[in-house]
Design a protein around this ligand. Sequence first.
Ligand code: GLN
Length: 547
Amino acid sequence: MENKVKKDPKYIFVTGGVVSSLGKGIISSSLANLLAARGFRVTIQKFDPYINIDPGTLNPYEHGECYVTVDGHEADLDLGHYERFTNIRTTRANNVTTGRIYQSVIDKERRGDYLGKTVQIVPHITDEIKRNVKQLGNTGDFDFIITEIGGVVGDIESLPFLEAVRQLRWELGRDSLVIHLTYVPFIAAAKELKTKPTQHSVKKLQELGIQPDVLVLRTEHDITAEARRKIALFCNVAPDAVVQSIDLPSIYEVPVAMHRQHLDDIVIRLTGAEAPMAEPHMQPWLAFLEKMHSADKPVTIGLVGKYVELQDAYKSIDEALFQAATYNGRKLDLRMIHSEKVTVENVDELLGEMDGVIIAPGFGQRGIEGKFTALKWCRENDVPTFGICLGMQCMVIEFARNVLGMADANSTEMDTTTRHKVIDLMEEQKSISNLGGTMRLGAYDCCLRKGTKAAEAYGAEIVSERHRHRFEFNDDYKGQFEAAGMICAGENPKTHLVEVVEIPGKRWFVGTQYHPEYSSTVLSPNPLFLSFVKAAIDYRAEKAATN
Ligand code: GLN
């Protein structure tokens, strides 16, 4: 019998200081990418210090898009980065909020699990945090668990998490380490990079009993070796463990930049992990970067949605489009179009230059008429068009109104009194009043109809994609739609719910009830996005040839 010694997993905590939005998620993802490329089994989890149980009920203006895991958890958008950078699927255990921690502790208190003790932040909340950190490590599936602590060191909200990190660091010793990400501002008038905020932020961490092992300095300018030595000296960190994260043209270049500064080696050395590979196997990743750098001709895609002012609101769609454009040898020229601004009068002007149009997911009435106007224009002008979730539902409604002559066709999300409820709630959804986690969420199988664009794109009969919606295509109308030219190209094999619609005569007119963007990663781009962007490129060439 093989005598394998099971190694304890290593825990890496990533904290942030000075300001928010420094890209902890990208640094965590890049490190995970490198460790995975060295042959380790890696996962990343994020702790969010807000009280919401999950970000599912948050407006995208608050924290950007809501990402969905295969097991149906509504998660922070950083989990999207984790998956795109590592190709590793995340689950509910990979994203925990303060709200979930408290909920679980309060449930235990009500059950009497604490045997009459006074329930306190320390040790009960911190113990619950520690239990959640170790939950992934205890599965035995991972060599490294990277835990990103949301927020900025010094915030009231993140204190219990940092206290849990302090305790874990003490318990785990060399099996753990802390990476602290800070900001080094450049003062233009003095032409100087300032290290003081970093020193203060590390001091703050030290006051909480945590000594960072590695510092990652976010900067817009190269940090000199001398400045790094100074920081190392003042912060009790080895000089080679001070690395910079300089602004790069693409987030996908960050793993390479981190490897050049030996971040993977430093982590391996400090934790005493035994790397299966002396050098990371980065060929596939580098090949993607090579494609990205050599793509010079553009493909212009318009995204019609109502949260276009916020960069992160459609993060996964942006990234899936970018990956698809890169694999098609093109540079993505993404134009955000506010659905509230689209009218019959200006639609020609707004969409005229597009090689392809995406109608975005969303909730509620606002901006919906603009989506119908855009869709009518796209359908009539035969522009490659991709409707995602609400976008697909809008495709169905527009078709019902303008092709099937049902002038008041609608989704009951927008109008409960309409005679033609072409998009409607399923029976079991009708009695639900709790908004949290009650939609159709997570991955479901979809059976594709042979000969459709969707089946061709995937090259498969059954695919599995993630959902996040309450409303569905109303099956009663299926026959009428099919007879008039909008077909059901994919359905759930068990429930027969319509998952994909398509107009076969068009260049590319496909709507998916699911969100294919969530499964698109750098090394495994989503086939539908690849196919849509390819159609847009072909259309661009056609337009150029006829002009
Ligand atoms: N609002 C629609 C529904 O709940 C679509 C949701 C979405 O686009 N994610 O069904």
